[in-house]
Design a protein around this ligand. Structure first.
Ligand SMILES: Nc1ncnc2c1ncn2[C@@H]1O[C@H](COP(=O)(O)OP(=O)(O)OP(=O)(O)O)[C@@H](O)[C@H]1O
Length: 646
């Protein structure tokens, strides 16, 4: 989200300008608004005299003739006044009413709404009642009453329109702030002692302002039209002053005989409003990093990978009697950021067979989850598969259209997420959620599906399954929720189960139970399990083979016992040395110096070379390929063979 405290910084302004230049529509809208603003400032200075000069001998002159000079190029009205000159002069009056009215209601309504929503309780309910009272009068009627009582002028018009629109912003800001009030980051801010205004400014405003900006752009149109109606009734802008609204109102009477009198100011209102709306929605998308790139990627949806896949050396080979059920080859994924695409998965390959567990191991941020999501077809729209193959039982999933992929991979490839609470629907009972796969894929009746759901709950160790099937996810403990998630994933007996750090948030006892459950299910159903973890102990205990990832690529793979006993890559060796073990008792633990590179700044050559004790000149210029270093083993290191032979 846009940090409001940084918004005025020159570097931030430059970044916004660069982003604006990339969007054709937003650029055009900004250009129109700048032109309108220029007209508003210069128009009254240059054309005010012409705009009021009547010529009753030559009324209703049609447009697009140059014989009377530029002021008459858009024709003249029934009093012979030039429409073009009036349009320019009116720009100033119109903006002088609409802009302050919208800004005042935006400022007052949003601050009031955020304050009310943040605090809740009495402050919130009183604020809402006030808004309801104002909204219960139609705003135009309210304005008519007030302007009849007070003398009509531009200032009173601004005041009335601003007051009438405050509730719109107040309610929007209140709703969003109330939603944010219960979030954990707000609790965290309170525990740090952040005051209420500071919390509103730092945490609420950046989330709420983009929405309010869009509302303000639409309101701009409403205010201009309200001003035109009030001017038409004689209680708005008073002649000889002129506004676009007043011009439309006056021209409306002669629409049949002299269309241009109302048409051009009407067009000016529409173009200005549309431009304001386009620019506001651009600002909204730009302020929300997720949204902007989501939008841009909408156009790429369903696109096939760009790069031709190459054969990958990773994996444990497929030549055995038990062929690989899942084979990932040279998989690459880019994440789209404001600075351009960033490769986060770079040519990953691995295979896994029925009944086998492959641990995908690596430090945080090395691309494990991205790989899993790309394999399962669940990538966030900001990320895109740019190359490679994902073969499930020999069929390349990336070559299928989304529907065929869902039909094939849905029942056969399941994913267990890290965060069970987010992965389960909070408003459906767990029984309903567990019954869903049976109803959708096996066409079972409601009762039969529910019976299967209860069986499944019993199978994953939920006590009193029948009665607890009517409970909601939040009524279960973390461990139980993880069991439920696993139950949902294995309901259709998938051939491949990808478990993305399934025990991260759980204590060690529950962790062991969940891992045992996964192992049992794998044995029973002959499922191929891809276990994503950064826990070497978990991998050592539960995996058959391991693929170690670094900076988006697999750097070592092989049978877990052999890799851990004798690593062929300095990164794997570093990881193992940084784990406390019995033989290290009393000695200082060695850690790998530095941290993993940012995906956008991976060093040339070997990505690990800046942290590697074995790095030589060659490592800076040549990226080592994953090559065989022994039976079923491979490492991406120029010295892999030496390490293997040492
Ligand atoms: N939505 C996103 N936008 C931009 N970058 C992203 C996004 N999601 C992930 N990344 C980047 O992609 C890289 C790989 O992320 P990924 O989640 O796959 O890592 P990981 O190895 O699973 O880490 P962890 O163990 O912490 O989950 C990281 O550098 C991350 O910053």
């Amino acid at each position: 989200m846009l940090d409001t405290s940084e918004a005025g910084h020159p570097a931030v302004r430059r970044r916004w300008f660069a982003l604006l230049l990339r969007d054709r529509f937003a650029c055009a809208a900004a250009l129109v608004l700048v032109l309108v603003a220029l007209c508003a400032v210069l128009g009254p200075l240059l054309a005010a005299d012409l705009a009021t000069r009547q010529n009753l001998r030559d009324p209703d002159r049609p447009p697009f003739r140059l014989d009377h000079g530029w002021a008459f190029v858009l024709g003249s009205d029934s009093l012979g006044r030039p429409v073009a000159a009036r349009l320019l002069t009116a720009a100033g009056t119109t903006l002088a009413v609409a802009v302050p009215a919208v800004l005042c209601s935006l400022a007052v309504g949003s601050v009031w709404g955020m304050w009310a929503g943040y605090h809740g309780g009495r402050r919130e309910s009183v604020s809402l009642r006030v808004a309801d009272v104002i909204l219960s009068f139609p705003s135009l009627l309210l304005a008519v009453v007030v302007l009849y009582v007070f003398s009509p002028s531009a200032a009173s018009l601004v005041l009335v329109l601003a007051v009438a629109r405050i509730p719109v912003y107040l309610r929007t800001a209140r709703a969003e702030a109330a939603e944010l009030r219960g979030r954990l980051f707000m609790d965290a801010a309170r525990t740090f002692g952040t005051g209420s205004w500071a919390a509103v400014r730092r945490h609420v405003a950046p989330s709420v302002l983009p929405t309010l900006l869009t509302v303000a752009a639409l309101d701009f149109c409403f205010v201009m039209l309200a001003e035109s109606s009030l001017s038409f009734l004689g209680i708005g802008i008073q002649p000889p002053d002129v506004s676009w609204g007043l011009m439309v109102a006056q021209g409306r009477q002669e629409l049949q005989s002299a269309w241009w009198i109302a048409f051009f100011p009407g067009l000016a209102i529409v173009v200005t409003t549309v431009s304001a709306t386009v620019l506001a929605s651009w600002a909204r998308l730009t302020a929300d990093p997720g949204q902007r790139w989501r939008e841009a990627l909408g156009r790429n949806a369903g696109r096939r990978p760009r790069r031709e896949p190459a054969r990958s050396a990773a994996g444990g080979g497929t030549g055995s009697s038990n062929p690989a059920v899942l084979a990932v080859e040279d998989l690459s994924v880019d994440v789209h950021t404001p600075a351009g695409p960033v490769p986060v998965v770079r040519g990953v390959g691995f295979t896994v067979r029925s009944g086998e567990t492959l641990a995908l191991l690596g430090e945080s941020g090395c691309g494990k989850s991205m790989t899993a999501h790309a394999v399962a077809g669940l990538l966030d729209p900001v990320a895109e598969v740019t190359g490679g193959r994902v073969r499930l039982d020999g069929v390349d999933l990336l070559g299928l259209d989304p529907r065929a992929r869902r039909r094939l991979a849905g029942p056969q490839l399941a994913l267990v997420f890290q965060d069970a609470l987010s992965a389960l629907n909070p408003v459906l009972t767990v029984g309903t959620q567990l019954a869903e796969p049976f109803r959708i894929h096996e066409g079972m009746s409601r009762r039969a599906a529910r019976d299967r759901a209860v069986e499944l709950m019993e199978r994953v160790g939920i006590p009193e399954a029948r009665s607890r099937a009517d409970a909601y996810p939040h009524q279960f403990s973390g461990g139980m929720r993880q069991r439920l998630l696993i139950a949902t994933a294995v309901a259709l007996r998938p051939k491949v189960l990808i478990a993305d750090e399934p025990t991260t948030a759980l204590d060690v006892t529950v962790q062991a139970q969940i891992m045992d459950l996964l192992a049992e299910l794998r044995g029973e159903q002959r499922t191929a399990l891809v276990l994503i973890t950064h826990d070497l102990g978990l991998a050592a205990e539960h995996a058959d083979r391991v693929a170690v990832m670094y900076a988006g690529a697999v750097v070592e793979t092989g049978p877990v016992a052999e890799v851990f006993a004798r690593p062929h890559h300095p990164y794997t060796r570093g990881l193992l040395e940084s784990v406390p073990a019995e033989q290290h008792r009393g000695a200082r633990l060695r850690s790998i110096p530095g941290g993993p590179p940012d995906p956008g700044a991976v060093p040339a050559g070997c990505a690990f070379r800046t942290r590697c004790p074995l790095a030589r000149e060659r490592c800076a210029t040549h990226r080592p390929a994953l090559t065989g270093t022994g039976a079923g083993r491979a490492a991406a290191c120029h010295f892999g063979k030496e390490l293997a032979d040492a």
